[in-house]
Design a protein. Structure first.
Lengths: 363, 439
């Protein structure tokens, strides 16, 4: 077999140990994914509840919709960091995949801009009494298609063996990653997972604010979406390339442990979500499935990373052994900036949630 | 180019960067300037206990939030996407060199967004002092993100000898053009931000409106006028070769004269807003907001012209003295000329093999990797048109001639990378170029 044309890595050294980079990649990706779950999954739920049209649905959306654009803002901002770190560690694979599907990849910008604008329109319409479910659903579908473009590049970046065929059939980068059977199941798995997590967070909000309706519908969304993962998750699993599938089914490997551990946490969350979704259930019943569900998501993020490293190791690439020279000065400045930002965020949250100035109170 | 090539016929992929960049840098600078303006006006509103002004500023902050979180953020991601597609090798090199700067800039942008979201969303709950702090912090975050990005952009023009040996981020960051560029960009940001504020026309109420327009006009005028000495200072800090290239283009000695004329008109157009904001200052009652929008258009044209000249001044490099525009590093050229480009470039080899590995296929593969970053076959900077009068023998001789790495014998080196391949490979490219005539 002719070796796939994997570009040579850049000669400049990494500014920190690969493991530190990996940690930054995973942490920022997890944060990004959470904001995406709220912004995109939440937009879809909001659109559907407005479409349902009952007063309690509209009231719920009216109260929660203003958070959605801010969540998308954070999703974009938080998405830049993992994009940066993935390019640093996996550059030859990431760039090649993006060039091979250049037009869909670039279309991500138009989709994001359109989805974001429609979302602002949807949220704006909530205050006017002429709310339109269409704007919300269209916005969430456009934002979901941004996810499709990301999955498209990610899946192709893991399959250097498909690159030459992709380049030959798509010389101008017009097509999606058409040769990889994991594209669509991975996209569906991710989209449905987004709905499940948005539902969990909605239920958590309902439990926190003693909003029984929000708690119940949130749990219902989580249950329905998670049950359907039996289909999407299984489809994604069986479509993995043989070496990866073997790794996932072999009980002695770390990826296998992560996969089945995450599934077990998800199943337990599902089991506990059923009583928590009942009418008379106490609000505190939400916390165990919420916590377990989040552990399951974090496990899946780890698994995603392990599967990536295993896929690329088959082509002789080991991110963990990339040469580095730690740039302590830059790391120090970064740490200082990060610490300042964290302190500032705490202050901002306090100021943003304080009570308004009472009349007669000194400002 | 180490990676596959995005072959975009007609327009050429470089235009994608140009279009997204012009939009993004205009918005990004506007947001920086508007942040400084907002903090200044908020201070003024609180000093004078001017509640209507405060309420109006909240609406401007809301507009700013939409502008920066939607258009600014998306086009910012857009530049990354575009440069990664058009020149992945250079993008990877820059990311390796400046990842921590980008990471710091990311924190600043996150702070910028968080501050603005709280300022707009919790305006009624914030105490006046808190509002003052938040507008100040927002301005600081926005300006500091310029402080950071400026280091990377100026590095590409003047990386300096220190970085070439140490590869230390800070050696490249604080380079010869860093400070002048920062001054110039701050002035441009003030001009754009001020014009954006003027475009709203201020709140109803003659007294208040006049007061706001006058103050904003002064802010904008400072940005427009101070940009002139800052621009001169910046140009003087250019590396000699870059300055010569710009001056050569101004004299019309290269093929970029048309683009330069447009850019120069733009630099002239940048001064038009000075007259328009003068109107806002002297006769605020008769001032009409669309005039400020027109001014904003002129200023963006001028800024676009400046950015275009800065890009051209880098030629034939993407990072001056380090990496050519086609992603080939300077130190790689000799090796490619001795050992051959195809044996060392997996993607060019794969392309040639997919087309039967004929001489023409190999020529096309090398041309894609070395020429399409700037040229197209028959569209923008089309090779078909540029080589129309050459015979096949002349084309081969020309490509073999531009293998020369001495500017005295290869005048193209002032604005085009040397051909990085063997004489045999140059012959294949020449043969392929000859086939373009028939298309």
């Amino acid at each position: 077999m002719i070796p796939p044309p994997i570009p040579a890595p850049d000669p400049l050294l990494l500014p920190m140990p690969p493991l530190a980079l990996k940690a930054l990649l995973l942490v920022t990706f997890a944060m990004h994914l959470m904001a995406v779950n709220v912004g995109v999954g939440g937009s879809l739920l909001a659109g559907i509840h407005v479409l349902r049209g009952r007063p309690e649905d509209r009231d719920l959306v009216r109260r929660l919709a203003p958070m959605l654009p801010a969540a998308v803002t954070f999703a974009i901002t938080l998405g830049v960091a993992p994009l940066l770190f993935v390019q640093l560690s996996y550059g030859p694979f990431f760039y090649t995949a993006s060039v091979l599907t250049a037009v869909p990849w670039l279309s991500l910008l138009a989709l994001l801009l359109a989805g974001y604008t429609l979302l602002y329109r949807f949220v704006g319409s909530m205050g006017t009494g002429r709310s339109s479910a269409g704007w919300g659903i269209a916005a969430s579908l456009l934002l979901l298609s941004v996810g499709l473009m990301l999955v498209n590049v990610t899946t192709l970046s893991l399959r250097p063996d498909l690159w030459v065929a992709q380049a030959a059939t798509s010389p101008h980068g017009l097509h999606l990653n058409r040769f990889d059977p994991t594209l669509w199941p991975r996209f569906l798995h991710m989209s449905v997972g987004m709905v499940a997590v948005a539902g969990l967070l909605l239920a958590g909000w309902g439990a926190w604010r003693k909003e029984a309706y929000a708690r119940r519908v949130g749990m219902m969304w989580f249950i329905v979406a998670t049950v359907s993962q039996v289909a999407w998750g299984t489809w994604l699993l069986v479509k993995q390339p043989a070496p990866i599938l073997g790794l996932l089914l072999d009980a002695n490997t770390l990826p296998s442990l992560t996969l089945w551990g995450s599934i077990a946490f998800g199943a337990l969350a599902l089991f506990l979500a059923i009583p928590a979704s009942q009418k008379g259930a106490p609000p505190r019943a939400v916390w165990p499935p919420l916590g377990l569900g989040m552990v399951s998501v974090l496990g899946m993020i780890l698994l995603r990373d392990q599967a990536r490293d295993a896929s690329l190791a088959a082509f002789g690439f080991h991110a963990a052994s990339l040469p580095h020279q730690t740039d302590w000065t830059s790391m120090g400045v970064f740490g200082l900036a990060l610490g300042t930002l964290v302190v500032l965020l705490v202050v901002l949250v306090r100021w943003g949630s304080q009570a308004p100035v009472e009349e007669g109170e000194a400002p | 180019m180490n990676h596959p090539v995005w072959d975009l016929p007609g327009l050429g992929s470089g235009w994608i960067i140009g279009l997204i960049s012009i939009l993004h840098v205009s918005i990004a600078h506007l947001v920086v300037g508007a942040g400084l303006w907002l903090a200044w006006m908020e201070t003024h509103a609180q000093k004078n206990s001017d509640a209507p002004l405060g309420a109006w500023l909240r609406l401007r902050a809301k507009g700013l939030l939409w502008l920066s979180s939607v258009l600014g953020a998306v086009t910012g991601v857009g530049i990354w996407v575009a440069i990664g597609l058009v020149n992945p090798t250079a993008t990877q090199h820059l990311i390796r060199a400046f990842v921590m700067a980008w990471a710091i800039e990311w924190l600043l942008f996150a702070g910028e967004m968080a501050t603005l979201i709280v300022l707009v969303g919790a305006y009624d709950r914030l105490r006046p002092r808190q509002r003052l702090i938040l507008t100040g912090l927002y301005a600081l975050f926005a300006w500091f993100s310029l402080v950071v990005i400026n280091g990377i952009v100026t590095f590409m023009l003047s990386p300096g000898t220190g970085w070439s040996t140490s590869h230390s981020m800070w050696d490249g960051f604080f380079n010869a053009t860093y400070l002048p560029s920062l001054l110039l960009r701050t002035c441009v940001a003030m001009a754009l931000g001020g014009l954006w504020a003027l475009a709203d026309g201020g709140p109803p109420g003659a007294l208040l409106r006049g007061q706001i327009l006058k103050r904003t006009a002064r802010f904008t005028l400072a940005g427009v006028l101070l940009a002139i000495p800052a621009g001169w200072f910046y140009f003087q800090s250019f590396p000699t070769a870059a300055r010569e290239l710009v001056l050569g283009n101004l004299r019309g000695t290269t093929g970029l004269a048309v683009g330069f004329r447009w850019a120069l008109w733009g630099l002239g157009a940048y001064l038009v807003p000075a007259i328009l904001v003068g109107w806002a200052h002297l006769a605020p009652r008769s001032f009409r907001p669309p005039v400020a929008l027109l001014g904003l258009g002129f200023a963006c044209w001028g800024f676009g012209g400046f950015e275009w000249i800065r890009e051209v001044a880098r030629k034939p490099f993407v990072i001056r003295g380090v990496m050519y525009a086609n992603g080939i590093r300077v130190e790689q050229v000799e090796g490619f000329q001795k050992e051959g480009f195809l044996p060392q470039n997996a993607w060019a080899r794969a392309f040639a093999e997919s087309k039967g590995n004929t001489d023409l296929a190999k020529g096309e593969a090398i041309l894609r990797s070395q020429c399409l970053a700037c040229h197209t076959r028959s569209g923008y900077r089309g090779l078909q048109g540029l080589t129309a009068t050459y015979t096949e023998a002349e084309l081969i001789a020309m490509i073999q001639g531009i293998r020369e790495r001495d500017p005295a014998t290869n005048p193209y080196l002032n604005f085009m990378p040397p051909f990085a391949g063997t004489e045999q490979e140059a012959e294949w490219v020449g043969k392929y170029l000859n086939t373009l005539k028939a298309k």
